[in-house]
Design a protein around this ligand. Structure first.
Ligand code: FES
Ligand SMILES: [Fe+2]
Length: 389
């Protein structure tokens, strides 16, 4: 036990204070040993301390890429659509637009005059006009005009334009960042490489198969649970029947990881093209997790997107969005019965939330063969919380 011994010691001295507000600074640095065989999991306080939650807002989420919509929402030139960076912990108002030249933009939706939301509903517009005092902007964010400003000196300047927010797309999915800790291309590269051959342009959001879940647990506990298939035979009897547990595996990338679910028996699987590294295997699902809070579950029928939205230290909202490209393959194999699987996960994660508030439990250990994804996430999270990511 090397570096994570220190956290353990510090936490022990904090024990009586467990549950007190603002204990986070004494916990730093957060350390999770690189060798999974020796490492201990993140301290329980990471999941229950409001001070840690505040720290994560700045060090994790303000630097992250977030899903903010899809390109079908701004399909035609002139179309505009308000978006929120990350509901709950970081609800920065954003605006997706498609200008007359068919170019997509992700802008700040805050008027540069006195801060009103510029656009409060979707629509097709020639220009944006703030309803408070009439400032106008082009759909690419440029300041156009402002009443009653004739005597104003050094006006307008570029500061009067709506700010552009870093933006990227994969298939139809649109992502934004406020102060990105890594380039979008690096963030999405492993998904692009593995799934680039799929009919991404044909995927259509199916509202009937999309919903939100409210989970009374910390957002990172939800991710921890997602990042291992270890619990499948114990928690998901129905899913266990569709997946070959022995063949289930995890691959790690710098900012994401992938769990490959292999079909059991004749269950539905991808028709993998030549060049796929998995060709010859009956892959039923690719479960991508992208730091810190996005899951792309790719099935033969399409993609189930899960966005984990932290609302409070012990409260999380999960958006499930189904993008379907082959409806004939819905309700088969690993991609069937997702609602049941979700409820099973929720109930176990809520149980863990009660456990991490314990004065007795401190931190645990990892299964070297089954919890590589959890260990990887904890290493990235610890690094970011320490201000190193
Ligand atoms: S706040 Fe927008 S014009 Fe005044
Ligand atoms: Fe699960």
């Amino acid at each position: 036990m090397t570096d994570d011994g220190e956290n353990g010691k510090r936490r022990r001295t904090n024990r009586v204070g467990h549950g007190e507000r603002g204990t986070a600074p004494e916990l730093r640095p957060f350390t999770v040993t690189e060798d999974i065989r020796e490492a201990r999991t993140l301290p329980a306080l990471v999941y229950s301390d409001p001070g840690v939650f505040e720290l994560q807002r700045e060090r994790v989420f303000a630097r992250s890429w977030q899903l903010v919509g899809d390109t079908d929402q701004v399909k035609v030139p002139g179309q505009v659509r308000p978006a929120t960076f990350l509901e709950g912990i970081l609800p920065e108002p954003l605006l997706l637009t498609r200008d007359a030249g068919d170019c997509l933009h992700c802008l700040s939706n805050v008027c540069t005059h006195r801060g009103t939301l510029v656009c409060e509903g979707e629509g097709v517009l020639p220009q944006l006009r703030c309803r408070y005092h009439g400032r106008r902007f082009a759909l690419d964010g440029r300041f156009v005009s402002m009443p009653e400003f004739d005597g104003a000196r050094d006006f307008p300047t570029p500061a009067d334009d709506l700010a552009h927010v870093p933006f990227g797309t994969w298939g139809k999915l649109a992502f934004a960042a406020l102060d990105p800790g890594l380039p979008f291309d690096d963030y999405i590269a492993p998904v692009r490489e593995r799934c680039g051959w799929m009919p991404l342009g044909e995927a259509v959001l199916d509202p009937a198969r999309s919903r939100h879940y409210h989970v009374r647990a910390n957002w990172a506990l939800y991710c921890d649970n997602y990042l291992e298939g270890f619990h499948i035979p114990y928690v998901h009897a129905s899913l266990a029947g569709a997946l070959d547990y022995a063949a289930y595996r995890t691959e790690l990338f710098p900012w994401s990881n992938l769990q490959v679910g292999v079909a059991r028996g004749g269950e539905d699987a991808f028709d993998l093209p030549p060049g796929s590294p998995d060709r010859g295997q009956a892959v039923a699902a690719y479960y991508f997790w992208l730091y810190p809070n996005l899951m792309l579950n790719v099935y033969p029928w399409g993609i189930s997107v899960n966005v984990v939205k932290p609302l409070a230290v012990d409260e999380t909202r999960i958006a499930f969005l189904s993008y379907v490209w082959d409806p004939s393959r819905l309700d088969r194999g690993a991609g069937a019965g997702l609602d049941r699987v979700e409820r099973e996960d929720e109930s176990v994660v809520e149980s863990v939330q009660k456990g991490v508030r314990s004065r007795v439990y401190e931190r645990g250990r990892y299964s070297p063969s089954r919890e590589q994804g959890v260990h990887h996430f904890h290493r990235l999270l610890a690094r970011a919380m320490n201000g190193e990511g």
